[in-house]
Write a protein that binds this ligand. Structure first.
Ligand code: MUC
Length: 96
């Protein structure tokens, strides 16, 4: 199943810079691993913000919840999720 996930990062303003850098590095590694597995299909920055729009390709709601809740930045993000299905006018044949 495909999901559009929008994540907005809100780190506490008093978080020490080194701690923030460590969490961001862990997040990068985790997200790149999921991208290489094909589970995190797209990752786009929303211009002018500390938000991203992502497309996840996972088995079901439970797998999405497991992956997203393990994000190192999860405690510091607002997240919205929209389930996607194929558009009848789409000419693409590389996804279901
Ligand atoms: O920067 C972000 O949008 C948050 C998060 C998503 C992937 C990643 O490396 O960081």
């Amino acid at each position: 199943m495909l999901y559009q996930v929008e994540m907005t990062v809100k780190l506490p303003t008093d978080m020490p810079a080194e701690q923030a850098a460590d969490i961001k590095a862990a997040e990068k590694s985790y997200s790149q691993d999921l991208q290489r597995q094909g589970k995190w299909r797209h990752l786009w920055r929303v211009a002018g913000s500390y938000s991203n729009v992502s497309i996840f390709d996972v088995e079901d709601n439970a797998e999405l919840q497991a992956l997203v809740s393990n994000l190192p930045l999860f405690p510091y993000m607002e997240i919205s999720v929209k389930p996607l299905c194929r558009h009848p006018s789409s000419v693409r044949d590389d996804y279901s």
